[in-house]
Design a protein around this ligand. Structure first.
Ligand code: HEC
Ligand code: HEC
Length: 375
């Protein structure tokens, strides 16, 4: 009896040990994947952190703790931004829809991706997107890093997969060397791809326009008399009332409140909306048909306008405001008909909007050996 009990105890101990070993083994695969992922997000640039100097009229650029830009990561990101290998058939780059020649947006409404496929929205500008609290017209991406993952895998944009992009770059010795130089590793990951692109985007800054020199630089001659009148109308709550959403601060002007508003763009005559915008993300009634306020920097270069690109000229966009927006049940309370503005006053606001066009830094276009890939 005793020996039997002893034997069964031994058996139980043996079985438990076996189970523990098996369980460890079973877990081995997922836990190493997790460890690799954590390691990948923890990879930091090896170079010296770069100070991005904002031009007149812009605040300091917000920088995430895990992605301080360096000369190497910015240069790599710039190259990736113009890289066809980020798309399924090699023909589409970020610049196809956000080109420096058109104010970092495109001329299409909506934007056109791989194989001529159409999306549903017009590309917003990448200019000053470093300051956006959230990305996309509906704010669905929390950062530039997360945003960049979207178009690569979007079937109507770059139409490929993150794995395919990484495999392609990993097979190119030039990229392996550039990633090594920037990130100190031979192991390319999608996180390093998007972090590099985001660091480049943080240098796509537009300030020091005629407006900034007048308003922040106190150069009285920088703005024409018409644009000066336009600025007043733009800011006056009883006139244009534009600055309530397109914010002008004491020290800098982002021209966005980083909030979402319904202007009735895309509403039919019955007030029905074909794109619910922010509402699809939050299911909050107040967000119905609301889109993020875009910056107005370099706006003259960025036609067509609004989230669906349905307004071919700035004058047409202005016309939307003069009419008080398209009536619908969720129209923003700050939208009022502006038909009391004289034609001269409307022209003054346009002159002011045109004063927001400024020269951008020279090193934002494609690197010389990549010049053909920029569309
Ligand atoms: C086929 C056209 C197309 C391509 C290619 C494309 N984008 Fe976009 N991009 C868009 C559209 C359209 C939106 C808005 C989509 C939405 O809001 O739903 C957008 C949004 C953005 C935004 C958000 C800006 C804001 O104000 O919210 C950024 C930043 C951006 N894209 C950067 C990139 C980068 C980086 C790449 C390359 C990895 C890229 N895009 C490739 C069309 C494109
Ligand atoms: C209630 C907030 C609000 C007010 C007031 C407002 N805007 Fe806007 N503006 C927005 C939003 C939000 C968008 C994008 C809406 C969309 O696409 O559906 C926008 C878009 C624009 C665009 C197109 C930008 C682009 O990237 O396509 C221009 C130009 C513009 N506004 C100028 C003005 C002017 C001029 C005024 C004053 C007459 C004004 N806005 C008043 C919130 C506002």
């Amino acid at each position: 009896m005793r020996t039997l009990r002893f034997l069964s105890l031994i058996l139980v101990i043996f079985a438990v040990t076996l189970l523990i070993v098996a369980a460890r083994h079973w877990n081995a695969a997922p836990s190493t994947v997790l460890a690799a992922d954590q390691a990948a997000t923890a990879v930091m640039p090896v170079g010296k952190p770069l100070t991005i100097k904002p031009p007149l009229g812009l605040p300091a650029v917000p920088i995430p703790a895990d992605n301080p830009p360096t000369a190497e990561t910015v240069a790599l990101g710039r190259r990736l931004y113009y890289e066809g290998a980020l798309s399924g058939d090699g023909t589409i780059t970020c610049a196809s829809c956000h080109s420096p020649k058109t104010g970092f947006t495109d001329r299409n409404s909506p934007s056109i991706g791989v194989g001529g496929k159409k999306g549903t929205r017009h590309s917003p500008t990448v200019i000053n997107s470093a300051y956006n609290e959230v990305q996309f017209w509906d704010g669905r991406a929390p950062s530039l890093e997360e945003q960049a993952k979207g178009p690569i895998a979007n079937p109507v944009e770059m139409a490929t997969s993150h794995d395919a992009v990484v495999a392609h770059l990993q097979a190119d010795p030039k990229y392996v060397a550039l990633f090594k130089e920037a990130w100190g590793t031979d192991h390319i990951t999608i996180d390093l791809v998007v972090k590099s692109i985001a660091s480049f985007e943080r240098t796509v800054l537009c300030g020091n326009s005629a407006f900034d020199r007048f308003y922040y630089g106190h150069d009285k001659k920088a703005l024409s008399a018409s644009a000066q009148r336009g600025l007043k109308l733009f800011m006056d709550p009883k006139k244009g009332n534009c600055a309530v959403c397109h914010t002008i601060g004491e020290k800098y002007a982002l021209f966005t409140d980083n909030k979402f508003h319904n202007l009735g763009v895309g509403a039919d005559i019955e007030g029905k909306l074909n794109d619910l915008g922010r509402y699809d993300q939050t299911k909050n009634d107040a967000d119905y048909g609301a889109f993020k306020t875009p910056t107005l920097r370099n706006i003259a270069q960025r036609a067509p306008y609004f989230h669906d690109g349905s307004f071919p000229t700035l004058k047409d966009a202005m016309g939307h405001y003069v009419g008080g927006g398209n009536a619908n049940a969720h129209l923003d309370k700050e939208m009022h008909a502006l038909d009391f503005l004289s034609f001269d006053e409307r022209d003054d606001i346009l002159a002011f909007l045109n004063s927001l066009t400024a020269k951008m830094p020279a090193n934002l276009g494609p690197p010389a050996d990549q010049a053909n890939s920029a569309k």
